[in-house]
Design a protein around this ligand. Structure first.
Ligand SMILES: N[C@@H](CCC(=O)N[C@@H](CS)C(=O)NCC(=O)O)C(=O)O
Length: 208
């Protein structure tokens, strides 16, 4: 969110799998999950949706959401549904940005989540997103919240329409996404936290 809109920030890495999470977050209580954020005024935000709302409030001149009220309503709804839903997809497909799993079979519940995501992406693109690669043309917070979905659809090779494929490619080629991936490749885990009995395939270079 901060990176994509050129909002200055400092990063503190937290040991999600190393057992140090609680200690690493102690200085920004009551945060207990990542991401967590402290604002310049000292406010602590413990949740991504709270961060998004706060940034919109604090940076009225930054186009974090589409300008058009109807587009804005759809963007907000898509963000909220992502934030509180798509649990089947999120549980079955942990977000992995390093490689592709070969032969993952999505369940009916995952397919149902994907159908709603397709509906949202198509509606946003067709109504408001004709003038650029992103859901609402220019990059907005909706794209921030759906970047991990584009990532999952790549990692697990999930079924995608032509519109969805083009949208996923926009993420995979986005400089911020590429930095995210480059950083992820420097991480090692022992034991590896995601155990799928599937072969690994290389990540598609620049989404091709
Ligand atoms: N609703 C939260 C979800 C945060 C969350 O579940 N973060 C996970 C990593 S993606 C986490 O920190 N898990 C560690 C734990 O639950 O101990 C948000 O959107 O910010």
């Amino acid at each position: 969110m901060l990176e994509a809109f050129d909002l200055p920030y400092n990063t503190h890495l937290v040991g999600l799998y190393s057992g140090t999470m609680a200690a690493d977050l102690a200085h920004i209580a009551p945060a207990r999950t990542v991401p967590a954020m402290r604002t310049p005024q000292g406010g602590i935000l413990t949740d991504s949706l709270a961060m998004a709302e706060t940034l919109v409030e604090q940076h009225p001149d930054v186009p974090l959401l589409p300008h058009d009220p109807a587009a804005r309503a759809l963007a907000r709804s898509m963000i909220a549904e992502m934030h509180s839903g798509f649990m089947a997809l999120r549980e079955a497909c942990p977000n992995i940005i390093t490689h592709v799993w070969e032969g993952f079979e999505p369940s009916q519940a995952v397919r149902k989540d994907l159908a709603r995501i397709e509906l949202f992406w198509t509606m946003a693109k067709e109504r408001y997103g004709q003038d650029g690669p992103w859901l609402f043309g220019d990059y907005t917070l909706a794209d921030v919240f759906y970047a991990p979905v584009a990532c999952r659809m790549t990692t697990y090779q999930l079924p995608a329409s032509k519109i969805a494929k083009n949208y996923i490619a926009a993420h995979l080629n986005d400089p911020h996404f590429l930095t995210w991936r480059k950083d992820a490749l420097t991480e090692t885990h022992d034991p590896y936290p995601y155990n799928f009995d599937l072969a690994r395939k290389p990540w598609p270079v620049n989404g091709s």
